[in-house]
Design a protein around this ligand. Structure first.
Ligand SMILES: [Zn+2]
Length: 434
């Protein structure tokens, strides 16, 4: 095969360069080589015809669970990265709530070794904030920094001890790494199953109030303000959280935030319809919350979309509601979920792509990721904005078939994913010639 690839005639959208035009894109030696409207002289390159399709940077997921080591029955680095490639992602950051947790050099090196050998795309590990994710003692962030950690989080749990969070944020300030918090005041969510509201009442399940999320966000913002550290709020789910983040940004606090596709498109009513498949933490909220989240994404109060891909086995979900695991398998439906919002709810196409590309790259501090600038890694997603498809979890690359979207028709389909110049996913009918 030729060592160069020409992606021809697509609508190229790269928010990092404020670019949206029909053009050709040449990839050479794994990097973006040239982008332009003119003709290329004949050369030794293969061609991918992208006429009628959108060509954008490969997506970057700041928040997913690859489950390895320890929970390989739910997902592995190999299956999770294949699922990511099918979803248009070329970089994923994996959360450290594995077994053992990623809180030291050996654990991080294990993930990086497996990812280099079996992962089809770039995997950036996130290290724990505290030893063993126990919330008590700050982990050795310095050691993890030296071994490839790109951010720190005890995700799955909040960092409850404010003094530990303060120390982590001081570290964040000095090393310019985000601390990602799963904001949940556990004293308010004990035995909580769903959003506290109409559905918790109707189903007789213990509710998780919005205040549980907002309390910890409030505290984290105060600590970020005091220390000058960078707090990144994971999976924002309430209107009140949006208000807090907006106000903090206006004050100049170094806070960034993410929203998941499922918190944008589903409300608490999904729990009645889909049962445990819609059980997720934070819980699906109200229509009012989804409207506020979408508005915040359009206004860039929420910086990015992250999947919080949380694969589980069938048994983890095929049980009584209170026993079921929290989480949705989201890598393969992220784009289709979001494109629906462009077509029906006014999400801006440019903002959607920014929130999946240079947005997360910028949260991580990587200027050369999430863009199609000349010289950047040739990480590219080619998608069809209008193509309809039916979600069929039996076709998922992910081991996690746990999604309430199974059987639903989505619009917006990934047609090809290119990682470092090489195709890692091609939809049926897509061909590279030459
Ligand atoms: Zn979380």
């Amino acid at each position: 095969m030729a060592d160069s690839l020409l992606i021809r005639g697509g609508r190229i959208i790269d928010p990092a360069q404020d670019l949206d035009k029909t053009a050709n894109l040449l990839v050479k030696d794994g990097k973006i080589d040239w982008l332009g409207e003119g003709m290329l002289s004949a050369g030794d390159y293969a061609v991918l015809d992208a006429a009628g399709l959108i060509v954008c940077p490969g997506f970057v997921d700041l928040h997913c669970h690859l489950r390895q080591p320890g929970y390989e029955e739910k997902e592995t680095i190999a299956t999770g990265t294949r699922a990511a490639a099918r979803g248009g992602f070329t970089t994923v950051c994996c959360m450290p709530n594995t077994n053992p947790p990623l809180d030291n050099e050996a654990a991080l090196n294990y993930v990086r070794t497996i990812a280099a050998r079996e992962g089809g795309i770039r995997v950036f590990p996130i290290g724990c904030v505290t030893v063993g994710r126990k919330g008590e003692e700050l982990a050795d962030l310095n050691e993890m920094e030296m071994n490839g950690a790109v951010a720190y989080s005890d995700d799955g749990s909040p960092v409850i001890d404010p003094d530990v969070m303060r120390k982590a944020l001081e570290y964040s300030r000095d090393f310019n790494r985000p601390i990602i918090d799963h904001c949940e005041d556990l004293s308010l969510t004990k035995d909580g199953q769903v959003n506290e509201g109409l559905v918790s009442l109707e189903m007789g399940l213990r509710g998780m109030p919005a205040a549980a999320e907002e309390n910890i966000i409030k505290r984290d913002i105060e600590l970020a303000k005091e220390t000058g550290g960078h707090i990144h709020i994971a999976h924002v789910s309430t209107e009140g959280s949006v208000d807090l983040i907006r106000a903090a940004k206006e004050e100049g606090v170094h806070v960034t935030a993410e929203v998941t596709p499922h918190h944008l498109i589903l409300t608490e009513g999904a729990v009645i319809k889909y049962g445990t498949l819609a059980k997720v933490n934070p819980p699906l909220r109200t229509k009012r919350d989804t409207v506020a989240l979408l508005q915040a994404l359009n206004d860039s109060v929420i910086d990015i979309v992250a999947t919080d891909h949380a694969p589980h086995t069938k048994a983890d979900k095929a049980c009584v509601f209170s026993q079921a695991a929290f989480g949705i398998s989201g890598l393969e439906t992220a784009l289709g979920s979001l494109v629906g919002l462009i077509l029906t709810s006014g999400l801006s196409l440019n903002n959607m792509i920014a929130a999946l590309t240079f947005g997360p790259a910028r949260v991580l501090g990587y200027a050369k990721l999430g863009t199609l600038e000349t010289g950047a890694p040739a990480d590219i997603c080619v998608f069809d904005l209008h193509k309809e498809w039916v979600v069929d979890t039996t076709k998922f690359a992910s081991k996690g078939k746990n999604t309430p979207l199974n059987g639903q028709t989505l619009r917006g389909k990934v047609m090809a994913t290119i990682y470092m110049g090489n195709p890692v996913y091609m939809d049926e009918g897509m061909k590279i010639r030459g």
